[in-house]
Design a binder for this molecule. Structure first.
Ligand code: BDP
Length: 325
C-alpha cells in the first residue's frame, strides 16, 4: 500500500473510532444464547447498571440468539470495535489468543471451583493480558460449568465408545484433536446448526454443559448424556478495547464495577440453572450416566497435550500452573 493510501485508511479508521465514541450510549452487545439464560441475564444486568450509573450516557442493547453473527466472527468484530461487547467462550477465542487455549485442554482442571480460583487470580490475569494485546478488554469470567458428551445412540463409558462417532465440536483445532484421539470423527460447526444436524443424523452427538444442552433442545434429539466433564472452559465478558479506550477514567471505573457485579450475578444464576437443566433433561427422557473411571479418557488426551506444547512451548508454565491446581 502506498503512503497516500495508508494515510487515507488511517484517517477513515480515526473517523470510525470517533463515531464509536460518539455513539457510546448505543453499544451493541453480542450474545449467542436465548434470552432466558444465565449469560443473557448477566449481560442485561451489566448494561442496565452502566446506564443507571451514567444517566443513560453509556450502555446499550444486548442482541441475543447470535443474531449479530457467528461466535468466531463476533470475536473479530469486537476486536475491530464494530461490536462493543459480548460474552464469548474461551474455546473459540483460542484461535485468536493462544494463551486462551490452555483452558481448552481436556481435563486440565480437576473441578469447576479449581478452574475459577485460577481464573480469578494469576492465570486469569495472564489470559486477560493476552486478550488485551489482541484488542479485547476482559471485564469478568462467567461460569460455564463443565462440558460432557451427548449422542443419539448409546451411553459413553470409555474412549472406545466414541470410536467411529461423528461428534460436533466448537471451532478450534484442539477439539478436533480431542475427538480424533478417541477414534471419533470431529465436525466443527456453528452452535446454531447443531440441533438440525443431530436431528437429521449429520452428526451422532456433540458435547456441552447442562444449560446449553437443555436450552437448545439438543436433549430432545440426543438422549444419552454421559458425564465426562472433559472440558471446563470459562466464558469472558469482553469489551472492545476501542470502546473501552474511548471512556474517561471515571466511566471505566463504572464499567469495570458493573462487569464485576454482572459476573457475580451470572455465577450465582449459573449454579441454579445447572440444577434446573439437569432436572428438565431427565424429565424429558434423557439417560444420564456417570463415568466411573475417567483415567482412560485422560490418558487418551496425551497426544493433544504433546501437540499443543510442541506448538506453544512458551505456554508450558501456564499449563503446569493449571495442572498443579
Ligand atoms: C455454550 C457456550 C457458547 C458456545 C456453545 C457451543 O456458552 O459460547 O458457542 O457452547 O458449543 O456452552 O458452541
Amino acid at each position: 500500500m502506498n503512503n497516500f493510501l495508508k494515510g487515507a485508511l488511517a484517517a477513515s479508521l480515526a473517523t470510525v473510532s470517533f463515531t464509536t465514541a460518539a455513539l457510546a450510549g448505543d453499544w451493541r452487545g453480542w450474545n449467542i444464547h436465548v434470552e432466558d439464560y444465565p449469560v443473557s441475564h448477566g449481560m442485561e444486568a451489566f448494561v442496565a447498571e452502566v446506564a443507571a450509573k451514567t444517566d443513560g450516557a453509556l450502555g446499550g442493547k444486548v442482541f441475543h440468539g447470535g443474531v449479530l453473527g457467528s461466535q468466531p466472527d463476533a470475536i473479530e468484530q469486537v476486536r475491530l470495535g464494530a461490536i462493543d461487547f459480548g460474552v464469548f467462550s474461551l474455546g473459540p477465542m483460542g484461535q485468536v489468543v493462544p494463551e486462551a487455549n490452555v483452558v481448552s485442554l481436556p481435563f486440565i482442571s480437576k473441578s469447576v471451583p479449581d478452574m475459577y480460583r485460577l481464573m480469578d487470580g494469576e492465570a486469569g490475569a495472564a489470559l486477560s493480558a493476552g486478550l488485551e494485546a489482541k484488542g479485547i478488554k476482559v471485564l469478568g469470567f462467567y461460569d460455564a460449568g463443565a462440558r460432557s458428551f451427548y449422542n443419539a445412540h448409546k451411553p459413553i463409558n470409555t474412549p472406545a465408545d466414541v470410536e467411529g462417532m461423528k461428534v460436533r465440536v466448537m471451532n478450534n483445532d484442539l477439539f478436533v484433536g480431542m475427538i480424533e484421539s478417541m477414534g471419533g470423527n470431529a465436525t466443527p460447526m456453528a452452535f446454531a446448526e447443531v440441533y438440525q444436524s443431530l436431528k437429521t443424523g449429520v452428526v451422532d452427538g456433540a458435547e456441552n454443559n447442562p444449560p446449553s444442552y437443555e436450552s437448545t433442545n439438543h436433549f430432545e434429539v440426543a438422549q444419552y448424556y454421559s458425564l465426562s466433564q472433559h472440558l471446563i472452559i470459562p466464558e469472558c465478558l469482553c469489551m472492545s478495547k476501542r470502546t473501552w479506550d474511548a471512556l474517561s477514567p471515571e466511566q471505566q471505573e463504572i464499567v469495570a464495577e458493573a462487569g464485576k457485579n454482572s459476573t457475580d450475578l451470572q455465577r450465582k444464576l449459573w449454579q441454579e440453572r445447572e440444577l434446573a437443566s439437569m432436572q428438565i433433561v431427565k424429565d424429558g427422557g434423557v439417560m444420564v450416566n456417570e463415568i466411573a473411571d475417567k483415567a482412560p479418557f485422560q490418558a487418551a488426551m496425551e497426544p493433544v497435550y504433546a501437540q499443543f506444547l510442541t506448538a506453544n512451548p512458551d505456554l508450558e508454565g501456564l499449563v503446569d500452573l493449571f495442572k498443579a491446581n
